[in-house]
Design a protein around this ligand. Structure first.
Ligand code: ATP
Length: 230
């Protein structure tokens, strides 16, 4: 699903954000990306989303080598991804329904499809009763569930979440990751950056730790080594 082969990213000011990173994420995995501030976690996600380009190395997403993508192809590959932001990024003037519907409008869905799909997705994140509310009338956890609904509505193969629980109550963080877990069980690959160790401990997923631009730990390769030792 995602493969990094010796990827390095140096920003124009000379900051080496990723150094020779190689990593493979299979379809259907749920991966927590952890590491201290400035480690390179967001850069890693931005490269997958084609928001940034690597200086060297190859990145393959859904079988496509990203460096071979033409500019006009980028929106199409992005549509295979659902993106969840730390700060929700909902449109304040739109209702919950309209926020989610908007993501479908952008990809050219018909009104009929929208009327059918949005209530279904709002039900999935347990917000069917809030469809007519505006974001300001919702709690942080509810707003993030709208963010999740919006990321899900076009049926992405991959969800990319950069600290999705960073702006909500720790108790509600579990609720959001529970939902991501449920989405993952239905087959969607999840990459989630987090600083919350309690979440990482609780959910027993693959954990990739980035430090100073390199991967310093990956529970998947630890498991692999353990298998070889057995
Ligand atoms: N657009 C940019 N231009 C220059 N340097 C950047 C840019 N974006 C990030 N960096 C630098 O690249 C390094 C990695 O940043 P990145 O945002 O990937 O880290 P992070 O692990 O996501 O950090 P945080 O947990 O604080 O969000 C940092 O030193 C950062 O200052």
């Amino acid at each position: 699903m995602i493969e990094f082969q010796n990827v390095s990213k140096i920003y124009s000011n000379g900051t080496r954000a990723l150094k020779d990173v190689s990593l493979k994420v299979d379809k259907g995995e749920f991966v927590f990306i952890v590491g201290s501030s400035g480690a390179g976690k967001s850069t890693f996600l931005k490269l997958i989303m084609c928001e940034e380009r690597p200086n060297s190395g190859e990145i393959i997403v859904n079988g496509r080598e990203l460096s071979t993508l033409k500019k006009r192809e980028v929106p199409f590959i992005r549509r295979t991804m659902g993106i969840v932001f730390q700060d929700f990024r909902l449109i304040d003037t739109m209702t919950v329904f309209e926020n989610v519907a908007f993501a479908m409008h952008i990809v050219g869905a018909s009104n009929k499809e929208i009327r059918k799909r949005v209530p279904y997705i709002l039900g999935l994140v347990n917000l069917q009763n809030k469809a007519k509310c505006h974001p300001a009338e919702l709690s942080g956890g509810e707003q993030q569930r709208v963010g999740l609904a919006r990321a899900l509505v076009n049926n992405p193969k991959l969800i990319i979440a950069d600290e999705p629980t960073g702006n909500i109550d720790p108790a509600l963080s579990f609720e959001i990751v529970d939902l991501l877990n449920e989405i993952n069980r239905r087959g969607t690959t999840i990459l989630m950056v987090t600083h919350e160790h309690t979440l990482v401990k609780h959910f027993h997923k693959r954990v990739v730790e980035i430090h100073d631009g390199t991967i310093v730990a990956d529970t998947a390769s630890q498991k692999e080594e353990e298998r070889h030792e057995d």
